[in-house]
Write a new protein. Structure first.
Length: 89
């Protein structure tokens, strides 16, 4: 899986943007992520899913964007995004 990355939130986060178009079902993603131990913080249907795991906030967007806060390592962002999106597709 290929990504573009960017650093929003004043450099305290990393966001991975999938280079292939995705259309994730956030309700389904919520169920899978809850089963994997993520704590669900917010679900805005069709917009975003905000979760937390291991002291990190993970925001998932249906287009295949994933933001990790806090995170300062680009390769870790790509690794985590790949694992998560492959699980959710």
């Amino acid at each position: 899986m290929r990504f573009t990355t960017l650093r929003p939130c004043g450099g305290k986060a990393y966001m991975a943007i999938s280079s292939e178009p995705l259309d994730l079902d956030l309700k389904k993603a919520r169920k899978v992520m809850e089963a994997d131990g993520y704590r669900i913080k917010e679900l805005e249907e069709g917009m975003l899913l905000v979760t937390e795991k291991d002291c990190m906030e993970i925001t998932l967007y249906p287009q295949g964007k994933v933001m990790f806060l806090p995170l300062n390592d680009r390769s870790e962002c790509i690794r985590r995004s790949t694992e998560l999106l492959e699980r959710l597709r």
